[in-house]
Write a protein that binds this ligand. Structure first.
Ligand code: DAK
Length: 260
């Protein structure tokens, strides 16, 4: 597929998706959301890619939110359809069978912050700014921000950010656990790629099962979540990579994982 709003590339076994509408601060219009759906589905299914990185073009923004110009005339049913579509695409990103890292420079507001939260890990430049300013527009977060933000930073801080619409800097985002790491301005992609390379060197099925255990387990009670973890642990023992990883350790060599 030809993408009008994305740049899609791979570097070795890392896939990179860049939202490329810098003049509109990479705001998410319906076409961009549809392209994200397609790109992530393709990269998720591509066994040559072990880790995915999502970023925004230009220095000013990761994504400044849903495209307000595209949203302003929606009737309620179209708005609902837009919200469902965005939620579906973000959930697909969250459930990719491989790690997804958001590399964030500049604004990650509204739908942009929600998109970053659908990724597994967030690495931000010092110039990054985060917020859910939807209340300024008379709406609430529509791409699951009311759900993912409290799960990441806790209910009290999430309510503060969503009710006030305040925009916070990278240092505060780090302090509240919204981002994993803050790096010098402009180095967010480089840093994300470094982490992606590190993860890509691990057993891909072990990373995938860990992700499933964390994402699904957090929605269960502790007993069920631990049972689920045990099932996945057992499943890992059915894989070639588990046998290879343990053999390599005992033979004092580097493992060669085959994703099977
Ligand atoms: N949508 C469309 N265009 C945007 C945009 C956005 N979210 N953000 C920026 N732009 C455009 C600006 O209109 C401007 O375009 P031109 O005038 O040059 O044509 C260009 O990007 C540069 O922006 P500024 O000139 O404003 O740049 P500044 O540095 O002065 O300010 C800013 C940067 C990020 C502080 C400012 O642009 C801003 O406040 N932007 C809006 C941020 C925002 O409110 N984001 C949240 C959007 S609401 C739902 C589903 C989902 C959602 C809601 C409901 N359902 C359907 C239920 C999610 C909602 C959101 O994400």
């Amino acid at each position: 597929m030809e993408y009008a709003n994305l740049l899609v590339e791979s570097r070795g076994n890392v896939g990179i998706v860049t939202i490329n509408r810098p003049k509109a601060l990479n705001a998410l219009n319906p076409d961009t959301i549809a392209e994200l759906e397609h790109a992530f589905a393709a990269m998720g299914a591509d066994n040559a890619l072990k880790v995915l990185v999502l970023t925004g073009a230009g220095e000013k923004a990761f994504v400044a939110g849903a495209d307000i110009a595209a949203m302003k005339d929606l009737d309620p049913l179209a708005a609902r359809a837009f919200a469902y579509k965005g939620q579906k695409v973000f959930t697909a990103i969250e459930n990719m069978p491989k790690a997804v890292i958001a590399a964030i420079g500049g604004f990650a507001l509204g739908g942009g912050c929600e998109l970053a939260m659908a990724c597994d890990i967030r690495i931000a430049s010092e110039n990054a700014k985060f917020g859910q300013p939807e209340v300024n527009l008379g709406v609430l977060p529509g791409f699951a921000g009311t759900q993912r933000l409290p799960r990441l930073v806790g209910k009290g801080i999430a309510k503060e950010l969503i009710y006030t619409g305040d925009i916070i800097d990278a240092a505060r985002a780090h302090a509240i656990g919204l981002v994993n790491k803050v790096v010098e301005t402009g180095k967010h992609l480089e840093s994300a790629l470094e982490m992606a390379q590190k993860i890509a060197g691990k057993g891909p099925l072990a990373v995938r099962f860990s992700k499933e255990a964390i994402n699904n387990g957090l929605e269960m009670d502790m007993d069920r979540a631990c049972a689920y973890e045990a099932e996945l642990f057992g499943l890992a023992f059915a894989t070639y990579d588990r046998a290879e990883g343990m053999a390599a350790f005992l033979e004092k060599r580097k493992p060669v994982f085959e994703n099977r």
